[in-house]
Design a protein around this ligand. Sequence first.
Ligand SMILES: [Zn+2]
Length: 139
Amino acid sequence: MIKAQEALVKPLPIPDGDTVEFWKGLARGELLLQHCLDCAQVHYYQQGLCRLCGSERLEHRAASGRGRVYSYSVVYRAPGPAFREDTPYAVLLVELEEGPRMISSLMGGDPERVTIDMPVRLVFERINDEITLPRFRPA
Ligand SMILES: [Zn+2]
């Protein structure tokens, strides 16, 4: 169980061996996708092997930043005190132009005007020197 004081702070991702390059990319303004050099599958979730063909030949390439809302949900009740001032906000499942889908949230738009298939554009929210979060705004 977390302490009351900890609940006031938003949890942040912790880079590990599989994701450190991904987080470095975001810090310099690139969303890195893993492209399989054997089967051409493109992955958002960082891993050591291609989940489609098992190849270890994965190469990072920066995403275009263009995508569409595949699904979404508008949050009215904060999941914890740290998010209370953010409500309402839209959690998005974005289908990137390159194919993968990723969960993110809307920045700089009206969460109640999000629609399925709405074009969105990647933006970067710098949290600290190590962590920059990928978000999306209406395109
Ligand atoms: Zn593959």
